[in-house]
Design a protein around this ligand. Structure first.
Ligand SMILES: Nc1ncnc2c1ncn2[C@@H]1O[C@H](COP(=O)(O)OP(=O)(O)OP(=O)(O)O)[C@@H](O)[C@H]1O
Ligand SMILES: [Mg+2]
Length: 487
C-alpha cells in the first residue's frame, strides 16, 4: 500500500541551532512509528513541521502523495492531519462537548451538515475516548487524564489520515497508559498512520511497529523497538542505566530534628474536599516521598505548604507556625517548590530565569551554584540565551528544577519532577538528588507517581488517596504492602 506520510530531507533551523536535520521516514496506513530521543532532540519540532505549525527550511512532507510542506496548518489539517499536543490546550470557557464540536467545525464543508449531525458526531467521539460521563463539564474541572483524552478527541475529531501524538503517556498512571495505548492502537486498526512520541519506553515499545531514534536533530537508529532499544548509541544518549540510589545514610541516632510539621490539614475547593485531615512530618535531611494517583491531592498539599492555598490545620516550619505568611515570606524562609506547572518566565532567557532564582545569594555562591547546575543539565548551558517558552518540554522541566535548586532551599518540594524527562535525564537527576543529600543538609519532599524514581530516594513514603493518607512506611515495606496499584 502507498505510504500515507512521507517525510524527506526535512530540516529546521532556529537561528544557529539546527533543531531537525535531513529527517526522512515513511508511515503506511495502519502503521505506528515511534519517535524517541533525548530532551531537545527535535521530536516535537518534527511534528510541528508536519503539521505546518513551524515552516521547514528544506524538505518535503507528503500526505497520501500530496506535497504539503510550506502550507499553513489549517490547510494541512484539511489534508487529513491531526495533532495531540505535548500540553493540553482546551478552550476553558467551553464544555467538553463544545470543545469537540469546535474541533469539528473549522472545515467550511462541515457547515453543510446539520447541527444535530455535529452534535451526534461529537458525542460519538467523546464516547470513543471515554469522556461521555463528563461531557458537560468545563475543562478546568477535569482530572489530568480526562484533559489528555479531550486533547486526543480534538485531534481525531475530523478523522485525520495521519495522527501525530506527542507524549500521550506523560503524567498518566499505568492503568491510564494501558487505556490510552488501546485508543492509539484503535487508530491503527482503522488504517490511520500514527506518529508517536513518548519517554515511556515500555509503553512505546508495546505499541509501535517501527521505532526511529533521534539525537541532536538527526536520525541515529531505526528498526523494531527491540533493535533500537539494544542499539549502543541509543543506550548511551537516551536510555542510560537503571536508577540506583547510593547507600542511604543511616538516620541520626536519637531521631531527626523535625523541619516540617503538617497537622490536620483540610482544604476545600468550593464543595469539593481536596485534603481531609492530612498530617505529615519531615525531619532535617530527610527525603520523604508522597505518592498518589492523579487527583489524589498531592499538588494541593504542596501548594498549601507553600502558602498558595488557604487551609484549616497547621503548617510549622522549623518550629514556627506559617499561618498568615505570604508565599513570598514562606519562600524566603527556605521552602522552595518546583511546581508541576513549572511557572517559568517564558519571555526571559534560561540564564535570566536561573539568575532570578539565585538573586539572594552572594556573588561567589551564586556563580558556584550556577556552574554546578549547568554541569548537571548541560543542555541548559547550550540554550542559556534562549527564551524559556521556546524550550522543549523536557528542557523546561530541567530549567524549573534548576531554578528551584538555584535558590538553595532548606526544604525542596518537587512536584512530579520526572514529567517529560528522558530516561537518561532521570538517571542524572537521580544522581543529583543523591549528591545533594550527601553534600548538603537539604530536605526533600517529593511528589511522584513514578515510584521507580521515587522509592530509591525516599527515607519514608506516604500514600495519598482521595484527599487522605492511607499508608505510611519505608520504601521496602511499600513494595509489599501498598505498591500494587503503582508498580
Ligand atoms: N522557537 C525556537 N527557538 C529556538 N530554539 C527552539 C525553538 N523551538 C525549539 N527550539 C529548540 O529546538 C530543540 C528541539 O526542540 P523539540 O521541542 O523538538 O525537542 P523534543 O525532542 O520534543 O524534546 P522533549 O523530549 O524535551 O519534548 C530544543 O533544543 C529547543 O530548545
Ligand atoms: Mg517534545
Amino acid at each position: 500500500m502507498p505510504d500515507l506520510l512521507e517525510v524527506s530531507g526535512l530540516t529546521k533551523r532556529f537561528g544557529g541551532l539546527v533543531a531537525v536535520r535531513d529527517m526522512h521516514f515513511t508511515i503506511a496506513p495502519g502503521e505506528i512509528l515511534g519517535l524517541i530521543g533525548p530532551n531537545g532532540s527535535g521530536k516535537s519540532t518534527v511534528m510541528k513541521l508536519i503539521m505546518g505549525i513551524e515552516r521547514p527550511n528544506a524538505g518535503s512532507v507528503r500526505i497520501d502523495g500530496v506535497e504539503v510542506a510550506g502550507l499553513a496548518s489549517h490547510q494541512i489539517a484539511r489534508m487529513g492531519v491531526g495533532i495531540v499536543f505535548q500540553h493540553s490546550r482546551p478552550l476553558h470557557r467551553q464544555t467538553v462537548l463544545e470543545n469537540i464540536k469546535l474541533a469539528l467545525l473549522p472545515d467550511s464543508l462541515l457547515r453543510l451538515f446539520t447541527a444535530s449531525h455535529i452534535e451526534d458526531r461529537a458525542r460519538a467521539i467523546a464516547a470513543r475516548v471515554h469522556l461521555d460521563h463528563v461531557i458537560d463539564r468545563l475543562p478546568g474541572t477535569l482530572p489530568f487524564a480526562d484533559l489528555r483524552r479531550l486533547e486526543l478527541a480534538r485531534a481525531v475529531a475530523r478523522n485525520p489520515k495521519v495522527v501525530l501524538v506527542d507524549e500521550p503517556f506523560a503524567g498518566l498512571t499505568s492503568t491510564e497508559v494501558a487505556d490510552f495505548s488501546n485508543l492509539i492502537a484503535s487508530f491503527r486498526a482503522e488504517g490511520h498512520a500514527v506518529l508517536l512520541v513518548d519517554h515511556n519506553v515500555r509503553g512505546v515499545a508495546a505499541l509501535v511497529d517501527q521505532v526511529l531514534a533521534m539525537y541532536l536533530g538527526e536520525r541515529i537508529a531505526e528498526g523494531s523497538a527491540e533493535q533500537v532499544m539494544r542499539d549502543e548509541k541509543v543506550r548511551q544518549v537516551y536510555l542510560g542505566g537503571a536508577i540506583q540510589a547510593a547507600s542511604r545514610p543511616a538516620p541520626p541516632s536519637g531521631g531527626r530534628t523535625t523541619l516540617l510539621d503538617v497537622e490536620n490539614l483540610s482544604v476545600f475547593y468550593g464543595k469539593a474536599q481536596a485534603l481531609d485531615g492530612v498530617s505529615l512530618s519531615v525531619g532535617v535531611g530527610e527525603c520523604v516521598s508522597v505518592v498518589g494517583l492523579n487527583g489524589a491531592g498531592k499538588t494541593t498539599l504542596f501548594n498549601t505548604i507553600s502558602g498558595l492555598v488557604p487551609a484549616s490545620g497547621a503548617v510549622k516550619f522549623d518550629g514556627k507556625d506559617l499561618r498568615g505568611r505570604t508565599p513570598a515570606q514562606i519562600a524566603r524562609a527556605g521552602i522552595v517548590q518546583c511546581p508541576e506547572s513549572r511557572e517559568l518566565f517564558g519571555d526571559m532567557s534560561v540564564r535570566e530565569n536561573l539568575d532570578l532564582g539565585g538573586q539572594h545569594l552572594s556573588r561567589a555562591n551564586s556563580t558556584r551554584q550556577l556552574e554546578w547546575l549547568l554541569d548537571l543539565f548541560p543542555i541548559l548551558k547550550s540554550r542559556h540565551g534562549q527564551a524559556a517558552r521556546t524550550l522543549s518540554g523536557g528542557e523546561q522541566q530541567m530549567l524549573a528544577i534548576a531554578r528551584a535548586l538555584m535558590m538553595q532551599p532548606r526544604l525542596l518540594i518537587l512536584d512530579e519532577p520526572t514529567l517529560g524527562l528522558a530516561p537518561v535525564i532521570l538517571e542524572q537527576l537521580s544522581k543529583a538528588l543523591e549528591t545533594l543529600r550527601q553534600t548538603t543538609d537539604i530536605t526533600v519532599l517529593l511528589g511522584e507517581q513514578n515510584v521507580t524514581f521515587a522509592l530509591p530516594h525516599a527515607d519514608r513514603v506516604y500514600v495519598l488517596e482521595h484527599a487522605r493518607f492511607i499508608w505510611e512506611g519505608t520504601p521496602e515495606r511499600f513494595a509489599i504492602e501498598a505498591g500494587a496499584q503503582f508498580l
